[in-house]
Design a protein around this ligand. Sequence first.
Ligand SMILES: O=P(O)(O)OC[C@@H](O)[C@@H](O)c1c[nH]c2ccccc12
Length: 254
Amino acid sequence: MDIESLAPVVDSILEAAETRGGGGDRLSVSPHSFPDAVEAAAADGRVPVIAEIKPTSPTTTGERTEDSVVLAEQMVEGGATALSVLTEPSHFGGSPEALDRVREAVEVPVLRKDFILREEQLDTVAADMVLLIARFLNDLDRMVDAARERGFQVLVETHTATEVEAAIEAGADIVGVNNRDLTKLEVDLETFEEVAPTVPEDVLLVAESGIGSQRDVERMQAAGADALLVGSAIMDGDVTANTRRLVTTEGHDT
Ligand SMILES: O=P(O)(O)OC[C@@H](O)[C@@H](O)c1c[nH]c2ccccc12
């Protein structure tokens, strides 16, 4: 992997990720279907939003200290289609235990958000879906297979057309385009607009990062997003109200 040009904090995240071990036994999960949840949301007029529990991050100040289960329930109340739970402990305040408890508490699919680099790290905690970041995985094909063998649905995160190609070659059917550039940590919604057209129609396409307003939501949907992954704009303030605002775009229908 090319880590030469990454922002220093991303180097540090990867170093920490390299030293983390895996779980014990190989997991076998029976996931709640993410594609079905997206379809159900769209059918009842909700924008399909994956709301992210991210207690802190290198690009935000402050930390949410409420229990993750409380936050999760507020997100579901606000209409979230799925949840994303950070399990990265050293830079995002996440924990595998938080994910475990959230998954017990809600019916919606739960994504494990982490920097997974090796197969054994898939066994740390069960989830309905795992994130695999194309940029960090030379053996993306094998990791996608390894995740599926355990029953996980896989969201492959990309940032460029080349990474989308690698994701499709690896058999990905759920692809995220991250608007955040990991070399500068800057967010630009144009990234999604540029990369989305390279994603085949039959792939479930998720716009990630930097989405804060209903206008951003509409912009991502106009560019082809089937679902949106939102962290900071939901975590910052009233979680239920923030989720509801993004899930209910005005002016779309009638
Ligand atoms: O807080 P934002 O800008 O709404 O972004 C959410 C999510 O996309 C972001 O947290 C993220 C995208 N890819 C990641 C990989 C690891 C950790 C975090 C992320």
